[in-house]
Design a protein around this ligand. Structure first.
Ligand code: T46
Length: 131
């Protein structure tokens, strides 16, 4: 499975660092929604679903966490610990997130508004649909 990690340009100077996200430029879609999670307990594993249509880019803007991505044929673990790196999560990709550091702020850019009917929350159903 090909893991797409976008290297985002960091504009750093003596004041600190800045990363800009631009739709259809360094983010490969129109951004319709942004959400972020924080204060996630270290022992928590979240996600456990795939999306039928949704495409997303996840960035650990602070701290770190791991993603398990599963395309129904292969499972790959990805560590996100760099605010200048964006993980592309395509549709029909099962995802689980875990090992959140105390300070982790995980920001996600999405190409669709929130829609519960786009979620596939049953792993067996995901395997059938992805196949
Ligand atoms: C994903 C992974 C990476 C909303 O009301 N609006 C939203 O835009 C989102 C994302 C969530 N919610 C509500 C739905 C739930 O009651 O927030 C609650 C927590 O969402 P959920 O349990 O789906 O969170 P995760 O961490 O399991 O999954 C989230 C995204 O939902 C999902 O699309 O790919 O992060």
């Amino acid at each position: 499975m090909e893991i797409k990690l976008i290297q985002l340009q960091m504009h750093g100077d003596e004041r600190g660092s800045l990363v800009a996200l631009e739709q259809d430029k360094n983010i490969p879609f129109h951004i319709k929604r942004v959400y972020y999670m924080f204060s996630t307990k270290e022992s928590v594993r979240r996600g456990y679903h795939a999306h039928k249509e949704l495409k997303q880019v996840a960035i650990a803007v602070r701290g770190s966490c791991r993603f398990l991505l599963d395309d129904s044929k292969e499972r790959v673990e990805v560590l996100l610990d760099n605010p200048a790196q964006g993980l592309v999560i395509e549709s029909f990709m099962w995802r689980e997130m875990y090992d959140f550091s105390d300070d982790c702020v995980l920001m996600v850019l999405a190409d669709q508004l929130y829609d519960e009917s786009d979620y596939v929350r049953d792993y067996e159903e995901f395997i059938k649909l992805a196949g």
